[in-house]
Design a protein around this ligand. Structure first.
Ligand SMILES: [Zn+2]
Length: 292
C-alpha cells in the first residue's frame, strides 16, 4: 500500500469518511472507460451491480435527435452511479420500436434479436462477476418488453438478478414541473422530455422546430377496453405527443435530478438486497424438482 493511501485511510477513519467512496473516486463508472485491471476493482467496489441504460433510435418530433432516449438514460445512469458507485454498461440502443418504422432514421430490430441480445448481454455481465443488473429505460415503447423480459428470468436457472428501475415523479417535483410547464398534455418528445434534453445536451435541441408538426392526439383507435398494436399510430402518426414549444432547461433540471436521486436510492437498495437473490434461488430449486 502506498503512503498516500495509508494517509487517506487514516484520515477517513479519523473523520468518519467512507473508505468505499475513496476507492470509487478514482474509478470511472462507465464500463468502456475502465481498464481491464480496474474493471475487476470496479466489480468489487460496485458490490456486483451494473446498470444498462436503454433507449432506441427513433424520431423525437422535428426538434430532438433520434438518440434522445440514449442521452437521457445515459445521463441518468452515469450521474446516479457517480453518487452510489455502480458500473454503467455502454449505450444500449436495441429495443422495441416497431411503431415508428414509418419515420426516417428509426432502427427497429426483430423481436427475436432484441430478446436474445438483452439476454446475452445480461449473461455476459454475469460472466464478468456482476450478479445484480438494473435496467434503466428511457423509451416508453420498451416498457412492456422489459416487464416481459423480467418475467422470463424465472424460465430457467441463472446466477444473477435483473431489476427494472421504475421512475415515479414525487408530489413536490410534480408541483415544481406544473409551475414551469406551459403545455398540459404530452408523452413523447414533449415539453418535459425536450426540457431534459435542453438541460443535458442543449447543443442537440432545435426548439424552434417544435411547432413544425402537430403533436395532438388524433384519437383514431376507438375501441374502449381493448388494446391493439396500432393504438399509438392511431393517436400520434407524427410520432410526437404533446407541445414542446415551452420547453426550458430549468424544468429539465428539476425532472432529471429527481430521477437521479431516485435511481441513486435504487442502486443502494439493490446493493443491500438479499431477498430477490435468495427467493430466486429457492424458486429455481423448487421448480427444478424431478417431474416439474
Ligand atoms: Zn424519448
Amino acid at each position: 500500500m502506498k503512503k498516500n493511501s495509508i494517509i487517506l485511510i487514516i484520515t477517513a477513519l479519523c473523520f468518519g469518511v467512507s473508505t468505499h467512496n475513496l476507492h470509487s473516486q478514482n474509478l470511472p463508472v462507465a464500463w468502456e472507460e475502465l481498464t481491464s485491471g480496474d474493471f475487476a476493482k470496479a466489480v468489487t467496489v460496485s458490490q456486483g451491480v451494473c446498470i444498462i441504460p436503454m433507449g432506441v433510435i427513433e424520431k423525437h418530433g422535428q426538434h430532438l435527435p433520434l438518440g434522445t432516449d440514449l442521452y437521457t438514460a445515459r445521463d441518468l445512469s452515469l450521474r446516479a452511479a457517480q453518487k452510489e458507485y455502480a458500473i454503467v454498461f455502454p449505450p444500449y440502443f436495441t429495443g422495441q420500436i416497431f411503431e415508428a418504422k414509418q419515420q426516417p432514421g428509426t432502427v427497429a430490430y426483430s423481436t427475436e434479436l432484441i430478446y436474445k441480445l438483452l439476454d446475452e448481454t445480461c449473461r455476459e455481465i454475469s460472466r464478468n462477476g456482476i450478479k445484480k443488473i438494473i435496467l434503466v429505460n428511457s423509451h416508453g415503447g420498451n416498457n412492456n418488453f422489459l416487464l416481459y423480459f423480467c418475467q422470463t428470468q424465472l424460465e430457467s436457472e441463472r446466477d444473477y438478478v435483473v431489476y427494472l428501475y421504475r421512475p415515479e415523479v414525487d408530489s413536490q417535483t410534480q408541483k415544481s414541473i406544473a409551475a414551469l410547464r406551459k403545455s398540459t398534455t404530452g408523452g413523447h418528445a414533449d415539453e418535459v422530455e425536450s426540457s431534459i434534453m435542453m438541460y443535458i445536451r442543449p447543443d442537440l435541441v432545435k426548439i424552434e422546430r417544435a411547432g413544425d408538426e402537430s403533436g395532438a392526439d388524433l384519437d383514431r383507435f376507438k375501441i374502449a377496453n381493448a388494446y391493439s398494436s396500432i393504438w399509438w399510430y392511431g393517436k400520434y402518426p407524427n410520432h410526437y405527443a404533446g407541445d414542446a414549444r415551452g420547453a426550458n432547461p430549468k424544468l429539465g433540471e428539476i425532472a432529471q435530478n429527481q430521477k437521479i436521486d431516485q435511481l441513486t436510492q435504487v442502486i443502494r437498495e439493490v446493493k443491500a438486497d438479499k431477498s430477490a437473490p435468495g427467493l430466486q434461488n429457492q424458486f429455481y430449486k423448487e421448480a427444478l424438482l424431478p417431474g416439474r
